[in-house]
Design a protein around this ligand. Structure first.
Ligand code: HEC
Ligand code: HEC
Length: 382
């Protein structure tokens, strides 16, 4: 049976013009890929320094320009607090490399928190556990905790959702980021996490040195050497031993499991705080805390989870000769010394004044002025 006339004519036309039709379909498809909705976000393949290594993004929360823009608004949103005065940025201030300059942070209750606020940078790398004791296992989970903490922002999450819904600016931003203007806790979390993931710091003097764009001074190079070296007094190898724990010091500690959590000898057994042990329940994790990134460290005083050291000189003196012994003191730290042990246990590196100064100079090369002045990270509300 012959197909009806119109169809056979159509088939003829298609056969005679098949090349042109194929090309047209191809170009139409191509034009669809380039339409604005489908264009890959520049954030999907943002440039990170090659020496940072790989990072994972959660599949369920891809980085998009709209998600980051919403997250940035929320990060600076004081309506996310019970008294409308505190935002994430109260305790994470860009000019202080996203810390607050206090030993203990202060939020809505006026009562100091139990820990010092933490710097936020390069969070895509390093341990996948957040907070000094690692109790949040991803940034999404982490983001909702300060909002609800009675001493930080003090708002029930349902109230946060409701308050944002009443501000005319938010529903359209949620729609742009997630396709619907319905506000939910998990969307708030995803947007906040996205903004924090792009807080990438990569332009310190040391970065420029690694990229071959600048030189370090002789003293800074000595500091770098000491920082990287595990000392061995028996062969006269001098070192400050820092990289044993701060190996990924441009980002944060070791990324596998809880490997990036250590006891760095702040206290002896009597007054050692639980730290990681509260999360894992293991006695052997007592007194271990997250090895923080040392990037921008000159801007984030005071130091340690309880802000006990006011200056970097005090920090270096701690490692040099004030390490306290305890059951979980890091073994590499216990045996590392620049002096041959004279009976009993050695603790401390016993560096010379010049060596300590050199380590300090090296730490100062980790300051990234471009990061703390980057306009993409500051308050978008005004
Ligand atoms: C009142 C001060 C305060 C406010 C407000 C605050 N934070 Fe923090 N932030 C801290 C403190 C203190 C810590 C360390 C807490 C701990 O370890 O128990 C911290 C830790 C963090 C960490 C962990 C970093 C790491 O390397 O593990 C992230 C991420 C973070 N805050 C993001 C936020 C976000 C997002 C908000 C807003 C929703 C926020 N913070 C609001 C004080 C604050
Ligand atoms: C055994 C592992 C270990 C070694 C070795 C080590 N650190 Fe640390 N460092 C840590 C841990 C863990 C913390 C956080 C401790 C806390 O707050 O409870 C820390 C914190 C710091 C801080 C404060 C960071 C902040 O944000 O408050 C500085 C600065 C620092 N270390 C520098 C150094 C230097 C310099 C050396 C070498 C002289 C060094 N560390 C050696 C594990 C180590």
């Amino acid at each position: 049976m012959q197909p009806p006339k119109e169809i056979s004519e159509l088939l003829h036309f298609v056969m005679n013009h098949r090349i042109i039709i194929l090309f047209s379909v191809f170009f139409w498809l191509l034009s669809q890929c380039n339409s604005p909705e489908n264009q890959p976000s520049p954030l999907n393949d943002f440039q990170a320094p090659f020496y940072y290594g790989v990072f994972d993004l959660p599949e369920e929360n891809p980085l998009t320009a709209e998600g980051v823009a919403l997250g940035r608004m929320l990060f600076y949103e004081t309506s996310l607090s019970s008294n409308n005065q505190v935002s994430c940025a109260t305790c994470h201030q860009q000019e202080k490399a996203f810390t607050d300059g206090r030993a203990f942070a202060i939020g809505v209750s006026g009562k100091p928190t139990s820990k010092s606020s933490m710097p936020l940078n390069n969070l895509l790398w390093g341990p996948k556990h957040f907070f000094w004791d690692g109790r949040a296992s991803n940034l999404e989970e982490q983001s909702l905790i300060p909002i609800q903490n009675p001493d930080e922002m003090g708002l029930e999450i349902e109230e946060a959702v409701e308050k944002l819904g009443q501000l005319p600016i938010y529903p359209p931003l949620f729609k742009a980021a997630f396709g619907t203007d319905e506000i939910t806790p998990s969307k708030i979390a995803m947007a906040l996490a996205s903004f924090q993931r792009i807080l990438i710091s990569q332009n310190s003097k040391y970065d420029k040195y690694l990229r071959g764009e600048t030189e370090l001074s002789k003293e800074e190079l000595l500091g770098k050497e000491l920082f990287m070296t595990h000392p061995d007094a028996s062969v006269g190898l001098r070192g400050g031993n820092c990289a044993d724990c701060h190996s990924q010091f441009l980002t944060s500690g070791f990324a596998t499991g809880y490997d990036g959590f250590k006891n760095n000898g702040l206290d002896n057994d009597e007054n050692l705080e639980g730290g990681l042990a509260y999360v894992t329940g293991k006695e052997s994790d007592w007194g271990k805390f997250k090895v923080p990134s040392l990037r921008n460290i000159a801007l984030t005083a005071p130091y340690m989870h309880d802000g006990r050291f006011k200056t970097l000189e005090e920090v270096i003196d701690h490692y040099d000769h004030q390490i306290k012994d305890s059951k979980t003191l890091d073994p590499l730290m216990r045996e590392a010394s620049n002096q041959k042990p004279v009976g009993g246990k050695e603790s401390g590196f016993h560096l010379t004044a010049d060596e300590k100064k050199a380590i300090l100079m090296f730490l100062q090369t980790l300051t990234d002025e471009d990061f703390i002045t980057n306009k993409d990270f500051n308050d978008p509300h005004h």
